[in-house]
Design a protein around this ligand. Sequence first.
Ligand code: UD1
Ligand code: UDP
Length: 372
Amino acid sequence: MAKEVLVVFGTRPEAIKMAPVVLALRESPVLHPVVCSTGQHRAMLDKVLPTFGIEPEIDLQLMRPAQEPAELTARVVTAMAGVVRERRPAAMLVHGDTGSSLGAALAGYYEGGVVGHVEAGLRTGDLSRPFPEELNRTLISRLAAVHYAPTEQAAGNLAAEGVERERILVTGNTVVDAVEMVRSAASKAPLAIPETLLAGRRLVLVTTHRRESFGATLDGICRAIARLVEQESDLLVIYPVHLNPAVARSVRRILGRHPKVILLPPLAYLPFLRLMSVATLVLTDSGGIQEEAPSFGTPVLVLREVTERGEGIEAGACSLVGTAPERIVAEARALLADPGGPPSRARAANPYGDGRAAPRIRAHLEELLSRT
Ligand code: UD1
Ligand code: UDP
């Protein structure tokens, strides 16, 4: 009988990045994926899962309005301990650095299970940024038995913290698998705004959601966007607003009535990738978008003081511009004046992966679990 691998996620980016792993495990003759959603996100998760034909077998429905990391993570630990006790999977996979991932890894560890960490080893070296993700992923690295590092840099971070090399596999980031799976469908997806709005205009795609930016910093980012569209007359900003109420508060107050800024609800994955592919520029503090944009050759200005994703910067695909409004405006204008200049618009290989990460994880797990 096929051995069960519990694949756990709770948020939008985890769902997108774990989808290729679930699909690869479905092809395995010896392993069987059991998809478990913590439901940390609700609407945003429902927007992306259908794209991959995945419906969670277990749905814990743990989201609460305006939740804080402590309470959410506590709910995940309790609920996931029950799931692991009942299912006794051969292994459990968690992803990245969310409260769902830390809570599930902790529950798996306490219940004596094998925890595999997908997208392991990302570090900024600053526990306050991103908050609380830098702590979450560092703790998961202590709990996991096997570490699927997306890049050599991530593997190096783990090794520097004392993780044995034989427990680390460099796989590439599964988000590149996800992009390649849907690239063709995304190119035909609806544009999310009437095409006529784009005539003669350059599109700037914006997203924000980092907790350490809430309040004054996010207000400043929004003011920078308003200033940018006032100074560059042919720009149209499209801003799918994250459902965290702390994000919406700043964004709607400062940009809500701006004629050249279109605020949208979170988009389904395909329309979002379509916008990314036609955008002249992306401004974001997202992790996943830094990794996806190089697949479309769209330059990214990263609205953060530090990033754990140095590969995109080194490749010239992304540029770390911080959160000070003057600098954001200046860097965006410089790039718009010379879109062919660095960061490069040329579509080079994506530094985060080759689109084959999920089959590597599957093959490794098949081998690992054949010994248990
Ligand atoms: C979480 C992750 C972050 C990840 C982000 C992706 C943690 C600590 N943070 O942050 O690493 O980058 O997701 O987006 O796990 N909400 C809804 N509907 C939804 C989703 C969210 O209404 O579908 C609202 C709710 O009020 C919820 C709030 O957003 O309480 C915050 O959600 P939460 O998952 O706690 O934090 P994020 O800021 O989304
Ligand atoms: N995304 C999406 N719809 C949107 C905005 C983002 O499908 O309206 C996707 C995006 O392509 C990427 C992921 O969501 O794969 C990023 O999620 P988010 O920025 O919320 O989290 P992070 O990557 O920072 O953890």
